[in-house]
Design a protein around this ligand. Structure first.
Ligand SMILES: *Cc1c(COP(=O)(O)O)cnc(C)c1O
Length: 360
C-alpha cells in the first residue's frame, strides 16, 4: 500500500489562519497545477467551506472542477490565451479571462460579440516577471482594453512578483511600477477595477500590499518559503513490504553505492523516485548565495551519507544507497519495525505520481 495523505484538518487550520490575516481583503485561492497536486475540486471545496468564493486556475479542466460544484464562484484564468476553443469554454463556464496583450483582447472581444455577450476580464501588467502582461508604459494599449472593446468588461488588474520570498526591494519596485499604471488609468478617467498583486509570500510579509485582493496558493498547503504559523500539508504513507538482515559487506541498490559495515537490518518500501521521493524540488537556487548554500548542503550530505530519512513508528530511518525507481531501502537496525508497518516519506505534492491522493 502507498498513498499520499492529505490532512484535511491542517488545510482547515491554514485557511482559518489565512482568512483571519486577510481580514476584509478577498482571498483568491490559487488552485493551478491541479490544486498544487492535491486536486482542484477537493481543495476548492475546503476553501469554499472557509468562506472563499474566488479562485484562480490555469486550465479549463480546473475551472470545470470548480464550476461544477459552485455556480456562483468567481474563477479567474491566470493563463492568457487566444485559443478559440479555450475562449469558448471560458465563456461557457463564466470564467474571467486574463488579458495580457491586444491580440487576446481582440480575440475575446470578437468572440463575445458574436455571442452577443460581454466577457469579464482582468488586465495583467508585466512589472518584471517577464511573462504575460502589458508593459507598464503601454498605457494606450491598456486603456484601449478598458475603453475600446465593447464586449469586454474589465473588473480587475493585476501583476505578479518574481521574488516575494527573497527580495524586498524587488517587490516594492514592482509594486511601485504597478501603482504607476493604476494612477495613469485613474488620471485618464478610467476605474482600474480590483487591483491585486500579492502571492503567498508577499501576502504574509507585507500587509500594506494586499490592495483589493490576494492570490494564495502555496500558503494553503503551508509550503511557503517564508516563516509563518501554517501547517505543512501532505505526506506519503507506504507499507513496509519486506525486512531483512544484510551481512557485513553486502550492498543495496543500483551501483552498490552503500555497503554494510556491520550486519544491518533493512526495510524495503515500495516508493521510489518515480513517485516523487528524493526528487529535488525545493532548492531555492535563485541567487549565487543560494547556489553556494545548496552546494555546501549537498557536500555535507555527501560526507554524512545520510541526507534522506524515512519515518517508521517515530524513528528516523536513514535511506541506504540510491533510491530506486520504485523502491527505497532504509536502515531499521535501531527502529521498532515489522512488515506491514507504515513508513512516512516526505514528498512534495507537486511531484507525486503513481499513487492515490487520500484526504483524511
Ligand atoms: C501561482 C500564482 C500565484 C500563487 O503563488 P503562491 O506563491 O503559490 O501563493 C499567484 N499569482 C499568480 C499569477 C500565480 O501564477
Amino acid at each position: 500500500m502507498k498513498a499520499y495523505c492529505v490532512e484535511t484538518a491542517a488545510i482547515r487550520y491554514n485557511l482559518e489562519k489565512l482568512t483571519r490575516l486577510a481580514g476584509k481583503t478577498p482571498i483568491w485561492a490559487v488552485l493551478k497545477g491541479n490544486g498544487y497536486g492535491l486536486g482542484t475540486g477537493e481543495m476548492a471545496k475546503l476553501c469554499h467551506e472557509a468562506g472563499i468564493r474566488r479562485f484562480c486556475v490555469t486550465e479549463i479542466s480546473e475551472a470545470m472542477d470548480i464550476r461544477m460544484q459552485f455556480a456562483q464562484a468567481e474563477i479567474l484564468m491566470l493563463r492568457p490565451t487566444t485559443d478559440l476553443g479555450e475562449l469558448q469554454q471560458m465563456l461557457d463556464l463564466d470564467v474571467i479571462a486574463t488579458i495580457s496583450c491586444s491580440a487576446e483582447a481582440a480575440a475575446l472581444n470578437s468572440l463575445a460579440g458574436q455571442r452577443g455577450t460581454v466577457a469579464e476580464v482582468h488586465v495583467k501588467v508585466d512589472t518584471g516577471m517577464g511573462r504575460y502582461g502589458f508593459m507598464p508604459h503601454e498605457t494606450e494599449k491598456i486603456l484601449s482594453v478598458y475603453l475600446h472593446n465593447d464586449n469586454l468588461a474589465v473588473s480587475g488588474i493585476y501583476t505578479h512578483f518574481h521574488s516575494a520570498f527573497c527580495n524586498e526591494n524587488a517587490v516594492f519596485a514592482q509594486a511601485e511600477t504597478f501603482k504607476g499604471v493604476l494612477n495613469a488609468l485613474i488620471k485618464a478617467g478610467v476605474d482600474p477595477g480590483t487591483a491585486h498583486c500579492c502571492n503567498s509570500a508577499a501576502f504574509l510579509r507585507w500587509p500594506e500590499l494586499h490592495m483589493g485582493g490576494v492570490r494564495l496558493g502555496s500558503a494553503l498547503l503551508g509550503r511557503v518559503l517564508v516563516k509563518a504559523d501554517l501547517r505543512r500539508v501532505g505526506r506519503c504513507e507506504a507499507t513496509v513490504d519486506e525486512i531483512r538482515w544484510l551481512p557485513t559487506g553486502h550492498s543495496t541498490g543500483y551501483g552498490a553505492a552503500w555497503k554494510a559495515r556491520k550486519p544491518t537490518r533493512t526495510a524495503v518500501i515500495p516508493v521510489g523516485w518515480y513517485h516523487g521521493f528524493a526528487v529535488s524540488y525545493g532548492d531555492d537556487i535563485f541567487r549565487i548565495r543560494d547556489c553556494i548554500r545548496a552546494m555546501l548542503r549537498a557536500l555535507k550530505n555527501m560526507l554524512r551519507r545520510k541526507k534522506l530519512y524515512v519515518r517508521i513508528n517515530g524513528s528516523l530511518c536513514p535511506v541506504l544507497g540510491h533510491v530506486g525507481m520504485l523502491h527505497t531501502v532504509c536502515d531499521i537496525t535501531k527502529a521498532n519495525c515489522s512488515v506491514g508497518d507504515t513508513a512516512i516519506l516526505d514528498i512534495n505534492p507537486l511531484q507525486v505520481r503513481g499513487m492515490e491522493i487520500r484526504y483524511q
